[in-house]
Design a protein around this ligand. Structure first.
Ligand code: ZN
Length: 296
């Protein structure tokens, strides 16, 4: 199976760290798995690229980055989750939206996402994951992510992300670049990187045209010293046990209603669409047992 890739590197002059992402295989699969139209797919795809880049950059062996985009626009909530060992998953609450644009070939993500927050949850294997939230600047995601790095991690950053579609709505390319300025970088290199990142107006088009992720990043930023790579595939860590605990947290009357109608209780995983089914009579027994133990 083809995998998505994140490359880690450093500009040849040493002034900035570079993360380059090609998330096409994952985003193509997410579009099909969740039945997404173009605009929700663009939102989730950009968020997925960002989550993969950040997970590939964690300094721990077993870590995870979850990005939650919570806007008041019609796209609803989007979640992208990536692990350092190369697993990723994601969903968006609205699957279909009109293909709003703001100029030729430019999807209007701001209109879909609206105002709200980007929450970044980093699980570094410590007792509690590290959470931080920033207000959305535009809902275009790349700019919002750069703002998160500046505000929450005090790292001057620039980010370009995109997903490109054929006229029929097929995903042609997906990915982007995240650049983080190192302490001690020269003013001259910083302003050149800024100029180059501003010029990268359609990263998904440049990525598709460049033919490889390495070539895309070097065309955009100049020579890069590559330091490592992480490959990602879609995978979900949901389980029967997790689904059961969700079913058990439903109101008792709701479970009883399923029993009366002779229907199983179904819990569907938002990330992988897997459906877990439970016998309502058994669930009610379990609810009673848990309540007897004071555990519900
Ligand atoms: Zn799942």
């Amino acid at each position: 199976m083809e995998k998505s890739r994140v490359l880690r590197g450093m500009t040849a002059r040493g002034g900035a760290r570079v993360l380059a992402v090609d998330s096409l295989p994952a985003v193509r699969d997410l579009k099909e798995l969740h039945g997404l139209s173009v605009l929700p797919c663009a939102v989730l795809g950009r968020l997925m690229s960002a989550a993969m880049a950040m997970a590939a950059d964690l300094k721990v062996e077993r870590g995870r980055v979850t990005l939650v985009l919570e806007g008041d626009g019609p796209a609803g909530r989007a979640v992208a989750d990536a692990e350092t060992r190369g697993l990723a998953r994601g969903f968006i609450s609205t699957r279909e939206l009109p293909g709003w644009t703001r100029g030729p070939g430019k999807l209007d993500l701001s209109r879909a996402v609206g105002k709200g927050f980007l929450e970044v949850i980093k699980d570094l294997g410590l007792r509690e994951p590290v959470r931080s939230r920033v207000e959305l600047l535009s809902g275009e995601i790349a700019e919002d992510l750069a703002y998160y790095f500046a505000k929450s991690e005090q790292i001057p950053s620039a980010c370009a992300l995109g997903v490109r579609f054929s006229p029929e709505g097929e995903v042609l390319s997906s990915g982007g670049i995240l650049v983080q300025v190192m302490p001690g970088a020269s003013e001259e290199e910083i302003s050149e990187l800024e100029r180059r990142m501003r010029a990268l107006t359609s990263p998904s088009y440049s990525l598709e045209r460049a033919g490889s992720l390495e070539a895309f990043a070097e065309e955009a930023l100049g020579e890069i010293r590559w330091l490592g790579e992480v490959r990602f595939e879609l995978s979900c860590r949901c389980s029967e046990e997790m689904a059961r605990s969700i079913a058990l947290s439903m109101p008792r009357e709701e479970i009883a209603e399923h029993l009366r109608r002779g229907e199983e209780v179904e819990v569907v995983c938002s990330f992988c669409e897997r459906a877990y089914r439970f016998d309502p009579a058994r669930l009610l027994e379990e609810v009673e047992r848990l309540e007897g133990e004071g555990g519900r």
